[in-house]
Design a protein around this ligand. Structure first.
Ligand code: OAD
Length: 243
């Protein structure tokens, strides 16, 4: 349970921030019915990442990889933004400077109304041609053709950062720049097992940010941040945004 004192500290920090950043993970979409990756019911409990979310897997069997992504696209299409997503969109309108960094590829932050979003793992509604590099929106699901093709007839892949691939360096530079001057950073619904949120949080804190983590369970961030809020994103975030 989160005590009311922790909530009021977090609210005050948010209210007084000149530059506010948020990092989200799969947990923020859990209450929308999108499975997380780790923990009970997590995708990596039933699927092997190396068979589905690596460049080698795609080279070996693009059809299998696309079928898995199309199944996930179907789930994302049915899902609606939950009060957690909506609260983050609301917070953005009250902050002087704001950035939402998300590991999620489901597009729900945008559908909730968030504007300043850095999707560091890509987006499930976009594809990228393996031949000419063209990036394009691919919104139909189920897909008409698997694997989908680019206008140039090359096979397209999901525009997602897979295991073994590097982050977009320009995007990362921009994020690090923003976090260097961030007053308050909130991490929501990430296990930190993929280390980027931990790295970004340490970076922001080393530049003076106050860090708040929101998660119903312990995470890799719990021992690092200044304030740990235990609870569900959809239940706690609306309380933080009544400012
Ligand atoms: P994880 O599945 O590793 O962690 C989800 C976190 O959300 C856990 O710590 C849960 O306790 C927490 N959680 C569950 N329900 C919640 C709720 N209602 N409110 C708040 N938190 C909740 O997901 P990520 O940390 O996002 O990458 O995983 C990072 C990356 O690993 C993903 O982007 C994905 C995966 O492999 C790729 O596929 C490239």
């Amino acid at each position: 349970m989160v005590n009311s004192n922790s909530i009021s500290i977090a609210r005050q920090r948010i209210r007084e921030s000149r530059r506010l950043a948020v990092i989200t993970g799969a947990g923020v979409s859990a209450e929308s019915g999108i499975p997380t990756f780790r923990g009970p019911g997590g995708l990596w409990r039933n699927f092997r990442a190396e068979e589905l979310a690596t460049p080698e897997a795609f080279k070996r069997d693009p059809k299998l990889v696309w079928e898995w992504y199309d199944w996930r696209r179907g789930i994302c299409k049915q899902a609606q933004p939950n009060p957690g997503h909506l609260s983050l969109a609301k917070i953005e309108t009250t902050a002087t400077e704001f950035l939402l960094i998300t590991q999620n590829v489901d597009g729900l932050h945008k559908r909730a109304g968030s504007k300043r979003i850095a999707e560091i793992h890509g987006n499930i509604w976009r594809a990228r041609c393996t031949l000419c590099g063209n990036e394009f929106d691919l919104e139909e699901t189920p897909l008409l053709e698997i694997p989908p093709r680019c206008k140039c007839k090359g096979i397209a892949r999901p525009d997602i950062v897979w295991f073994g691939e590097t982050y977009d360096q320009d995007l990362l530079e921009d994020i690090l720049d923003f976090l260097s001057g961030t007053d308050t950073l909130i991490t929501v619904g990430t296990s930190g097992m993929v280390p980027m949120p931990v790295y970004l949080t340490r970076h922001a804190m080393s530049h003076g940010a106050f860090a708040i983590d929101l998660n119903p369970d312990e995470s890799e961030l719990s021992g690092i941040v200044n304030l740990s809020l235990r609870g569900k994103a959809g239940e706690i975030l609306p309380n933080l945004t009544e400012i």
